[in-house]
Design a protein around this ligand. Structure first.
Ligand code: ADE
Length: 236
């Protein structure tokens, strides 16, 4: 999978060098390229923002650098082995909420472009223009406001990247985690069986795999009911 990121803070994404995603890049499973939006700003100060029409607080990101950046990246990638156009993701608190289902949809695509906005946002015309280059999605990490799209893009890249076949060593571990079946994950324990007066539940030491599976399912339901009843309303 190819992922391009456009940001005025490209060094935010240095963290992609480490850990699981760093290995995935090393193995050629993930081709991540981070671009500085200011490379497409041509005035002396490489300006990427301006005051909002109609007045109001803060600054708005100018359309011209975004138009050039997205155009250059989309046409560069189209020379590769792509069969479908890119998905252009703009992290935004005004977008649809990111879930594991969104991560699965994005992981099935060949090319993602993340456009990270700052300030009061990006000139609205950029989204209309981007729709001529690929499928546009405005996606929110949740109902709170971050300073820009970078942290949200990082979270989405990690959630999507680990679903690419070969990135996570044992694919079984993807199946049993929180949200994969609409429920929270069951509790996990390792040795020692007794630690600081706290014991591992007897059932897990019983060797009875059927009973263990039933207990884990019950734990999933109980936790989800207690912590995230909204998930039960949505799942069957
Ligand atoms: N940018 C600012 N806040 C955000 C959020 N909650 N999700 C995605 N992008 C954002």
């Amino acid at each position: 999978m190819r992922i391009d990121v456009v940001s005025i803070f490209p060094s935010f994404f240095d963290v992609l060098e480490v850990s699981l995603l760093g290995r995935a890049r090393g193995k050629g499973l993930l081709d991540v390229r981070v671009h500085d939006l200011r490379s497409w700003a041509h005035d002396r100060h490489r300006t990427v923002d301006d005051t909002p029409y109609g007045g109001g607080a803060g600054m708005v990101m100018k359309p011209e650098p975004w138009g050039e950046a997205l155009g250059a990246i989309a046409s560069d990638a189209s020379t590769g082995p792509q069969t479908t156009g890119p998905v252009i993701v703009f992290p935004s608190p005004a977008g649809e909420v990111f879930t594991q289902a969104t991560a699965r949809e994005l992981a099935a695509r060949e090319h993602l472009i993340f456009g990270c906005g700052r300030y009061e946002g990006i000139d609205e015309r950029v989204f209309a223009h981007a729709a001529s280059l690929g499928e546009v999605r405005l996606i929110s990490l949740g109902d709170y406001v971050l300073n820009g799209g970078e942290v949200a893009a990082m979270a989405m890249i990690e959630a999507v990247g680990r679903l690419i076949p070969g990135v996570v060593g044992n694919p079984d571990s993807l199946v049993e985690e929180s949200h994969e079946d609409g429920l929270l994950e069951y509790p996990s324990y390792t040795k020692p069986a007794s630690w600081r007066g706290l014991d591992v539940p007897d059932i897990l030491l019983s060797g009875n795999h059927g009973a263990i599976a039933a207990w884990r399912r019950e734990q999933q339901l109980e936790r989800t009911r207690a912590r995230r009843p909204d998930l039960l309303d949505r799942s069957d």
